[in-house]
Design a protein around this ligand. Structure first.
Ligand SMILES: Cc1cc2nc3c(=O)[nH]c(=O)nc-3n(C[C@H](O)[C@H](O)[C@H](O)COP(=O)(O)OP(=O)(O)OC[C@H]3O[C@@H](n4cnc5c(N)ncnc54)[C@H](O)[C@@H]3O)c2cc1C
Length: 674
């Protein structure tokens, strides 16, 4: 077990002497700038300097083999470094410690703000009632035809099927306290969430005690970490910034961590587990990958996709970047909160005053865009046989009439904090102005809606006519909403060993992940799967990372290079011009020289033993620079008969290369004179 903070010099002394000597003969040459690891004082220097060079070493002194790790000035050294202290980070760290590893958890936030979505989530876990076959069928169907590797599906299915036993056995939860939420409304809507899919009869939503959304599961997982303080250190307010990667073998050997205002190089001997959650709090990534503009996060406010970007930089492939979970009412929307604030969910898990009657949702153009009364499944709505996230307009408004307003008021459906945001108007055109659309368009929307309600068929958004009522025409109320995100699912692609894969599908050595950062969910989502995935992959990643690894490849000076680098002229796109197939008459010779932009081709006409004239047939020299030499020198070769005389012709100082090319071309032609 290795767990200690080390001074850079002490560590370098130790490792330089005892560096593993697995020479990667045939893979690379000397790493000239890193020949003396003790001189490297910072990873920045090392990272820039250690691209192996194929240049022969200047010194012929044999040097000790060294690893890339020897070139870094390390500040601390652990067997395993875990990034993030959400549920997945806690499980990975605890599991790695139980395997005998010395572990460091680095966490971006203070202890009060750490814990990400895991701390604020419902604490529900998906449970497959010890039936891995049904669970596998169900999870396959959730993928909706998308390709998810069988081994990954099987890993999830086995894990979800046995989740209750696992939580009791490995994490000391008292199984007599576990609660099955299947009979409890409205959670029963999600237990299972897709009852029509095969295998669903065995799927349920459970908690580890009789409570929900109370941090119970997370607090206990964190406690398991704290119980192992002799093996696990935690650094709060210490964001991981970058993975440290051997540039040749691509092995991840550590992490740069910002701590107390300075960057620490933390060595991870056996592995790094990235558990930094999703990107729900990074506006740019959300716009880019999810196409949501005006949105609010429901959970933690600090998951900005850091781990995803770090892994990308280390060569990771990404998957499921367009998959996310939303809220539960009106397509998954929130009352209008300011930038940086948590969503205030319109949580209509069945039908209520905000998604029935005259309530319609319109975009800035005044058009409806979704079925307002549909029961939403984690922000997914039915669409052509699948359940997908709706496409939201940039801004959206809930519109309703006087009758509905009174119902909403009497039921207290809008929280006090947002009641002032509801604006009432006497006319459609005033409401249209508040929304920002034309009065004509909003009038059409309302007339269409009224006719659909009266005729019992919603031709625009397929809303159930039982939940529709024509506008009473008395008044029009408008309140702005925004869409919301529960959590994202995408991230670095991982395999069943929790290894992060590169774009060729190969594991990036010593790099692992768990949790919502790159999970299996790519289409439809069963509630409780994210927490289950934190447990399943946290355990796998913790074990994989803790497992002892082969020594890092060692490099030594002047190791033979097996590759056959191309040499000058072996392969080039330069000089494609320079055609020498010109017709020549008596006493005419073609010659070429190399100018600034390719070949310069001349025709030399001999007059007896001396040059009679020179004509430039082809060139690609720069107008006004190279052409000066062509204009000024071409006439000066007449009467010359030797190479020395040609070299003696005055060159044009601003166009030396073209001048020399001309001389070279004329000499080339002259050399052909018999
Ligand atoms: C309101 C809500 C309810 C939910 N309910 C459920 C539920 O009941 N069941 C379920 O299965 N799922 C639920 N989910 C989803 C689930 O909570 C998450 O998917 C899961 O908790 C993610 O865990 P994680 O460990 O991957 O990430 P997180 O729990 O988000 O933890 C990530 C941690 O990494 C830290 N971090 C980020 N960047 C860095 C960095 N650069 N360096 C170091 N640390 C960093 C963060 O500060 C955080 O502490 C819910 C989500 C929300 C928002």
């Amino acid at each position: 077990m290795s767990k200690r903070e080390v001074s850079r010099r002490d560590f370098l002394k130790g490792t330089a002497a005892g560096a593993a000597s697995l020479a990667v003969t045939g893979l690379l040459g000397a790493c000239s700038s890193a020949q003396e690891p003790e001189t490297a004082t910072a990873a920045e220097t090392a990272t820039e300097a250690t691209q192996p060079s194929t240049e022969p070493a200047e010194s012929q002194q044999p040097l000790e083999p060294y690893t890339y790790a020897d070139t870094i000035g390390w500040d601390a050294e652990y067997d395993v470094v875990v990034l993030g202290i959400g549920a997945s980070g806690c499980v990975a760290a605890k599991t790695a410690a139980d395997e005998g590893a010395g572990v460091l958890i680095v966490e971006k936030m203070s202890e009060a703000h750490a814990g990400g979505n895991s701390k604020v989530c419902g604490q529900l876990f998906a449970y497959g009632n010890n039936d891995p076959e049904s669970t596998l069928m169900y999870y396959k169907a959730l993928a909706g035809g998308r390709q998810v590797p069988e081994a990954m599906l099987k890993t999830i299915a086995d894990g979800v099927a046995g989740m209750a036993d696992n939580l009791a056995d490995a994490f000391e939860f008292d199984s007599s306290q576990f609660m099955d939420w299947t009979p409890v409304a409205p959670i029963n809507n999600m237990s299972p969430e897709y009852p029509e899919l095969p295998g669903s009869e065995k799927i349920g939503l459970w908690t580890t005690h009789q409570g929900i959304s109370d941090s119970y599961l997370y607090t206990n997982l964190k406690q398991r970490v704290l119980d192992r303080s002799s093996q696990i250190d935690i650094w709060f307010e210490s964001p991981a910034q970058e993975l440290i990667q051997d540039p040749v073998s691509k092995t991840i050997i550590g992490v740069k961590v910002l701590r107390g205002g300075s960057v620490r190089n933390v060595r991870a001997i056996n592995g790094v587990v990235v558990c930094t959650g999703g990107f729900e709090d990074d506006k740019e990534m959300v716009q880019h990958y999810l196409n949501l503009i005006d949105y609010a996060p429901i959970g933690g406010l600090y998951n900005t996709g850091d781990g995803i970007k770090m892994c990308q930089k280390a060569g990771a492939d990404l998957w499921h970047m367009n998959a996310y979970e939303g809220g539960f009412g009106l397509g998954g929307t929130s009352f209008y909160v300011n930038e940086g604030e948590n969503a205030s969910q319109i949580q209509v898990l069945t039908q209520g005053p905000l998604n029935t009657g005259s309530c319609i949702l319109v975009g800035t153009d005044g058009e409806r865009f979704l079925n307002e009364s549909e029961v939403v499944r984690h922000g997914h709505m039915y669409h052509n046989g699948l359940w997908v996230n709706p496409h939201f307009p940039e801004k959206m408004f809930l519109l309703f009439d006087q009758t509905q307003y009174e119902l909403i008021e009497s039921e207290g459906s809008i929280p006090e904090r947002f009641r002032g945001d509801v604006k009432g108007f006497d006319t459609i055109s005033e409401a249209a102005e508040a929304i920002g659309c034309t009065s004509q368009r909003l009038t059409e929307t309302i007339e269409d809606y009224n006719s659909f309600a009266k005729n019992g068929k919603d031709y625009a958004c397929s809303r159930n006519p039982e939940h529709m009522r024509a506008f009473d025409g008395a008044k029009y109320y408008v309140v702005q909403l925004k869409c919301e995100i529960l959590n994202t699912q995408g991230g670095p692609k991982r395999n069943e060993n929790a290894e992060i894969l590169d774009t060729d599908g190969n594991p990036i050595p010593h790099l692992y992940s768990a949790g919502e950062m790159g999970g299996i969910t790519c289409e439809m989502y069963q509630g409780g799967t994210n927490i289950a995935e934190c447990i399943i992959f946290g355990q796998i990643a913790g074990r994989s990372a803790a497992a002892p690894k082969e020594a890092l490849p060692a490099y030594e000076n002047a190791v033979p290079v097996a590759s056959s680098p191309k040499k000058l002229g072996d392969e080039t796109d330069a000089g494609q011009q320079g055609n020498t197939n010109y017709e020549t008459g008596d006493n005419e010779y073609i010659g070429t020289g190399t100018g600034m932009n390719g070949s310069v081709t001349v025709k030399v006409t001999m007059d007896g033993d001396a040059i009679g004239s020179v004509e430039v047939l082809e060139h690609n020299e720069t107008d006004g620079i190279g052409t000066l030499a062509i204009d000024q020198m071409t006439g000066k070769f007449a009467g010359l008969s030797t190479a020395e005389e040609i070299d003696g012709v005055d060159t044009v100082s601003s166009a030396t290369i073209t001048s020399k090319a001309l001389q070279e071309a004329v000499k080339d032609a002259l050399s052909q004179v018999k």
